[in-house]
Design a protein around this ligand. Structure first.
Ligand code: F3S
Length: 65
């Protein structure tokens, strides 16, 4: 599983990096970023999906790899 943030949609709500700070970070302006290559480690899928569900802009996509 891999996560990706659509920067055109992200409005900086910050729920992704609050809920899963090991998967998401923030840039200088508070917009969400994916840490590393976005690959979700085993056992972290649940929080990845939680972040997806909690983004008010639906800016986070999950890709099954
Ligand atoms: Fe952006 Fe959504 Fe996270 S708006 S900062 S991707 S919760």
């Amino acid at each position: 599983m891999k996560v990706k943030i659509d920067s055109a949609r992200c409005q900086g709500h910050g729920r992704c990096y609050d809920l899963a700070p090991d998967l998401f970070g923030e840039d200088d302006e508070g917009y969400g970023t994916v840490l590393g290559d976005g690959v979700v480690p085993e056992g972290r899928e649940r929080d990845a999906r939680l972040a997806v569900q909690n983004c008010p802009e639906r800016a986070i996509d999950v890709i099954d790899v």
